[in-house]
Design a protein around this ligand. Sequence first.
Ligand SMILES: *Cc1c(COP(=O)(O)O)cnc(C)c1O
Length: 365
Amino acid sequence: MAEPTALNATIPASTPFVGPERLMREHGLASLVRLGANESAFGPSPHALAAMRAAAEEVWQYGDPDAFALREALMCRHGCAFEEICIGSGIDDLMGLTVRAFLPEGGLALASRGTYPTFAYHVRGYGGHLEEVPYRSDGTPDLDALARAAARLRPRVLYLANPDNPSGAFVPLAEIERFRATLPEQTLLLLDEAYADFVPHGDLPAFAPDDGVVRTRTFSKAYGMAGARIGYAITSRRIVAAFEKVRLQYGVNRIAQAGALASLDDEDHLRAVVAETARGREEYAALARDLGIRALPSHTNFVCIDCGSVGAAEDVLRALLRRGIWIRKPAAPPLDRCVRVTVGTAAQRAAFAQGMRAVFAELPV
Ligand SMILES: *Cc1c(COP(=O)(O)O)cnc(C)c1O
């Protein structure tokens, strides 16, 4: 019998994301209000849609393995060099490349306990060892504790999402720069900026080549193209060269490349999505106040709502699902008392609000 490798055999089976499609099958639901994956129900820019429709006609062709046009556009947009950009099929893919290229088997990685789960998934999958630091009691990433742990453990890769998922918290520019400066020489900072588009441009660090930092961005969130699977990393030439040796040459499909490129031309659409998202966050915060609970401050397209206890958060999740509303909840303390809901369209938000009011009228929370 063919045997998986010793490493593979040690990996526990896990499902970091149970998809809404499975939930619908298992619960016999014909439709679901999708507010669990921070997708953008506002959809892609009409420019991107037109470009993707046109590219569908050419889908018999492989995509450009260099993603030349898209990298050129990103180079102009971010003021970095062409060779400092790597395109991947989403940040999840680029995270895997980072771990694969920089974390040796048995090597140590560091992250906040309960943060976005794909990093831990790749660390396990490539045979690394993950050390975790708890969030602060207010649910924000604890940069001081991460810096102390990094100084002590000297991890090969340190993962930080900013803005963070699931808290929605944003660490200001000066603090990030201070943090980066404290990291040991051999530590690579994987700075996941999936939600950067929801933050004012001036609040983010400028792009400067740094052999100690990989920054990742995506078209899945503000650009509304999660199903297309496309994102990018900006880092140093040296690190991109390491990624180039092992990345899947045809992993980023042709339709996604065309859509991503066209979406960069539509600033108006992006601005409208970001503005409507800010309004939606306010609505959710007001809803929480009405229900006598609290929404955490968010700089993203989702809001964490503190239900008071883990049990209450689980009850809310289940009761909403029975009503056909899909959200998620953070798994680790202190945020496991919260539910996390995506800012959707006005209609989705209304459905969520109605669901929450009904659930809170019924539940002993
Ligand atoms: C959604 C999300 C991702 C996934 O991005 P893709 O480009 O769709 O793979 C990565 N990181 C964080 C923090 C996210 O919330």
